[in-house]
Design a protein around this ligand. Structure first.
Ligand SMILES: [Zn+2]
Length: 432
């Protein structure tokens, strides 16, 4: 739109050195608004942002004379996206072992690189993320703090600190001594109930936002009593616990121990579905889209792709996601993006929303996983993931129609607003 272009052009001229100028009042007019609470698209909506808050939402708002107006009749707006399962502090080449990254990169380098991923996420439309480990010795908390203090730009970041695990962590196929050394560096290895309690206390002391456990590693898992102690101590300190678990016995133990969420949940039997539903445990399906598998293959140098094999591979994931939906389990978006692909981390992460639609969720349901549902899972209900009067303005505007042309709109971000501030504007970005 010309008007919006003109306004942004002015910002660029007047404030070339301090980044994007921030008007006190912003009015956004869009053709489509995704309301995460009603899980519906609403047509021709206006949003009035004053300072860091949403002052009004509706079809007709009297425009204050000082407001900057952004009109995008063909555009769509959604609450800022939330990725509830990511790893800003690690990067794995698809052909390499996960442990390599922490061997060859210093903590400082990992934090600085993480800052660039944070920026990529923001540009892609994410205004909040939850980082679930593989982050060295609390490097996630350092990056979260740097974002909070404004040293670097990034989404609101919530971190777990080192993943709490049994002695084998998640580093596979390494010689014994090396595995022990690096696992101790990257995980909080616990042995026994007392140590499990101590691990959670250390995390509390380091200001983590959530406790992440690996229910089962390569050969060993946490004992049921250890998990129970972790959950009890975490809950006593107001922290939720989420468990990496693909299924089986370890998932049964995690559920019995009282975890709040299950990450991945690939192989779930009837009994476990019922228990998850009864205990209102959320699920984070870290599923790849068809395209993200192609991206992974390309990054490995593959130039031809067996599309039939890819679809066969994705079949079981689809079955279990639809089962979870049938059981009314809260589905929470999580990309588990940590691979070094040929696209930005933010774009790689957004493929999860495409995956959920490919698997049979509606576009609205997919968006809800990354807004309302994710906010609930990360303890930000009522604060993030919604567009509502009185809530801080965390929004993403897409230059396209999310309802009719989901993929193209989702990957065409026009503007991102975090706590009322314009943190990304496509036209300014393009002119740099
Ligand atoms: Zn993960």
């Amino acid at each position: 739109m010309m008007l919006a272009r003109y306004i942004l052009y002015l910002f660029a001229l007047v404030f070339p050195l301090v980044g994007i100028a921030q008007p006190k009042s912003i009015i956004i007019e869009v053709g489509l608004l995704y309301n995460s609470e009603s899980n519906r698209f609403l047509e021709n909506q206006m949003i009035w942002i004053e300072g860091d808050q949403i002052k009004a939402v509706g079809q007709s708002i009297k425009i204050p004379p000082t407001a900057q107006v952004i009109k995008l009749p063909a555009g769509s707006i959604s609450p800022g996206l939330i990725d509830a399962h990511t790893h800003f502090l690690t990067n794995q080449k698809p052909s390499e072992n996960l442990a390599i990254d922490s061997w060859i990169n210093s903590p400082a380098r990992r934090v600085l690189r993480g800052a660039s991923y944070a920026r990529e996420y923001l540009n892609a439309g994410f205004t909040a993320i939850r980082d679930l480990g593989n982050s060295g010795h609390y490097l996630d908390m350092e990056l979260a703090s740097a974002i909070r203090k404004g040293y670097v730009n990034g989404p609101h970041m919530f971190g777990s600190g080192p993943i709490i695990s049994a002695m084998d962590g998640q580093f596979y196929q390494l010689p014994y001594d090396e595995r022990n050394t690096i696992t101790q560096k990257e995980y909080r290895v616990v042995s026994g109930v007392e140590d499990a309690v101590q691990a959670v206390k250390e995390h509390v002391n380091n200001g983590v936002d959530v406790i992440k456990i690996v229910a089962f590693g390569e050969r060993l898992g946490l004992e049921l009593e250890e998990m129970k102690a972790i959950v009890k101590t975490a809950h006593a300190h107001g922290l939720k616990v989420t468990a990496h678990s693909t299924g089986g016995e370890s998932m049964a133990s995690a559920i019995e121990a009282g975890v709040d969420g299950i990450e991945h949940a690939y192989y779930v039997n009837d009994t476990l579905w019922k228990k998850m539903a009864a205990k209102k445990i959320y699920m984070v399906p870290t599923d790849p889209s068809f395209n993200s598998i192609i991206q992974t293959q390309k990054s490995q140098g593959q130039t031809t792709h067996d599309t039939v094999a890819i679809r066969t591979e994705l079949g079981p994931l689809r079955e279990r996601l639809l089962r979870a939906k049938k059981e009314k389990i809260l589905l929470v978006a999580g990309s588990d993006a940590y691979f070094d692909l040929l696209v930005s981390r933010g774009d790689a992460a957004k493929e999860m929303l495409i995956a959920y639609v490919e698997e049979g969720l509606t576009i609205e349901e997919s968006l809800q996983t990354a807004t309302l549902n994710a906010a609930k899972a990360i303890g930000q209900e009522g604060k993030l993931g919604i567009i509502k009067q009185g809530v801080k303005a965390n929004l993403v505007i897409f230059d396209g129609n999310l309802q009719k042309d989901f993929r193209n709109a989702l990957f065409n971000v026009y503007m991102v607003i975090k706590d009322g501030k314009i943190v990304y504007a496509k036209e300014l970005h393009a002119s740099k």
